[in-house]
Design a protein around this ligand. Structure first.
Ligand SMILES: NC(=O)c1ccc[n+]([C@@H]2O[C@H](COP(=O)([O-])OP(=O)(O)OC[C@H]3O[C@@H](n4cnc5c(N)ncnc54)[C@H](O)[C@@H]3O)[C@@H](O)[C@H]2O)c1
Length: 438
């Protein structure tokens, strides 16, 4: 049983801390956010993530998981220190690593014995090397540590399952001692046959960005195909289904929509472009995906205007604020692009999301937030469905039709069937399937 400290109890850190405790390790979760730690110490969790509370409760009860704001003693008492702090985009799109450097310096200050420092956060290639240099400097030349890159691939909304049953674990380190310790940390997964990939630090750092950028490109590609379908009368669902039957392509991440968002793809694609630039080359593919994705988000408003050209004085209902279902995270949600554009056109908004309204209010406190989907739709001139929450999949369409002032329904997520919606009397626009109902 390894003594582990996880610094940062956000979406990744908290799941990591709970998951590692579930593997039988003794884990202490640390955060500078006193409110988060207070909630955790009182038996709650500060984020919405299905299944997470149960895992946290189980491990707290078993005595394997505790929380503190005292980072110094947490590091001193641990052999293994995971850094899972945020790496948001800086002004130029590059990853802002200030939090990582603070944690690394604090680690150096508390190096009372051999310890492993693990970058769990998504960090640009070269960060592991720089982390090592910083710790060496700050600790006065102590060699009693190793730096490891162990990127995380969990998805919000299914983070617990992803962490407990990952497709692979990637561990980058040149140190045999550190690799042995990491194998011990992930022993429960290794014995279950989860692929465990050992690489050097640089490869591990690149694997994370390459994976996210690849998925972002894949989404963007099918979005462009959807736009073509909308012009020529194809059905992007049929196209994606048949494409996905090709084992080389796979059906995953081939769902057309309003553009990718969230805490990872937007910032990681921007950061990868900067990483290429810093190394004197250019990623034309990733740059193109970022540009196409921006246009895709803006295109939601064009879809509405294609059936309702004048938005001034119109009320638009927005269903879904989170960037995807089953999370309260609204970072880079496409809705954050769509709403200001609608407001610029003079539209009034009535919005609803099952769990993300609180998070959304931080950036958009002035919106008219409603208690449920039907309240948001009531009296609206048009409805835009932005997030495919389950509760939006089975709306009472008769009721929706009667609550709307005019039957305009923009389904950015392709939940509803265009032929059916036309039959029900809606003026219906979706993504890459609209004209196939004509
Ligand atoms: N969210 C995801 O789905 C996801 C998936 C894979 C990888 N990642 C990566 O994981 C990292 C963390 O992402 P997140 O979504 O969990 O971020 P987050 O913002 O939810 O959590 C970061 C936490 O770190 C804490 N923190 C910041 N500085 C600190 C310090 N000096 N000491 C202690 N705590 C500190 C913050 O208070 C916060 O609670 C990022 O690099 C991200 O790219 C995220």
């Amino acid at each position: 049983m390894k003594k582990i400290c996880v610094v940062g109890t956000g979406y990744v850190g908290l799941v990591t801390a709970a998951g590692l405790a579930d593997f039988g390790n003794s884990v202490i979760g640390v955060d500078i956010d006193k409110e988060k730690i207070r909630i955790l110490q009182e038996g709650g969790i500060p984020i919405y993530e299905p299944g997470l509370l149960e895992v946290v409760e189980r491990n707290v009860k078993a005595g394997r998981l505790t929380f503190t704001t005292d980072i110094d003693s947490a590091i001193q008492n641990s052999r293994v220190v995971f850094s899972a702090v945020g790496t948001p985009p800086g002004e130029g799109g590059e990853a802002d690593l200030r939090a990582v450097w603070i944690v690394a310096a604090t680690f150096a200050k508390n190096l009372n014995d051999y310890k492993v420092f693990i970058n769990k956060s998504t960090v640009p290639v070269g960060t592991g090397k720089k982390t090592r240099e910083l710790i060496l400097k700050e600790s006065g030349g102590s060699e009693t540590f190793d730096v490891v890159s162990n990127p995380e691939f969990l998805r919000e909304g299914s983070a617990v399952g992803d962490f407990l049953n990952p497709d692979r674990v990637v561990v980058g380190s040149r140190s045999k001692k550190a690799q042995t310790i990491m194998k011990d940390v992930y022993h429960a997964l290794i014995t279950r046959g989860v692929p465990y990939v050992e690489t050097n630090i640089e490869s591990a750092e690149i694997i994370k960005y390459a994976s996210n950028a690849f998925l972002a490109v894949k989404i963007t590609f099918i979005n462009e195909i959807a736009n073509l379908c909308d012009i020529v009368g194809g059905d992007v669902n049929e196209v994606a289904k048949a494409m996905g039957m090709d084992g080389r392509i796979s059906p995953k991440f081939l769902h057309a929509g309003p553009g990718f968002g969230g805490s990872c793809f937007p910032k990681d694609t921007m950061a990868l472009v900067e990483i290429f630039k810093e190394n004197g080359i250019k990623s034309r593919v990733v740059e193109a995906a970022i540009e196409a994705n921006e246009l895709q988000k803006q295109g939601v408003v064009s879809k509405l205007k294609s059936v309702m050209p004048e938005l001034k004085g119109k009320t638009v209902a927005i269903l879904g604020l989170a960037f995807k279902p089953n999370t309260d995270d609204t970072r880079f949600s496409p809705t954050k692009v769509v709403i200001p554009l609608l407001e610029k056109e003079g539209a009034e908004l009535q919005v609803y999301d099952p769990v993300a309204m609180q998070d959304f209010k931080r950036d958009f406190p002035h919106l008219n937030y409603k208690n449920n989907a039907y309240e948001a739709i009531d009296g609206a001139d048009a409805l835009i469905l932005m997030t495919e929450w389950n509760e939006f999949r089975s709306l009472d369409l008769k009721r929706v039709r009667s609550l709307l002032k005019s039957p305009v329904f923009i389904d950015t997520r392709n939940i509803y069937d265009p032929r059916d919606m036309k039959e029900k009397g809606f003026i219906f626009v979706c993504t890459g399937r609209t004209r196939c109902a004509l």
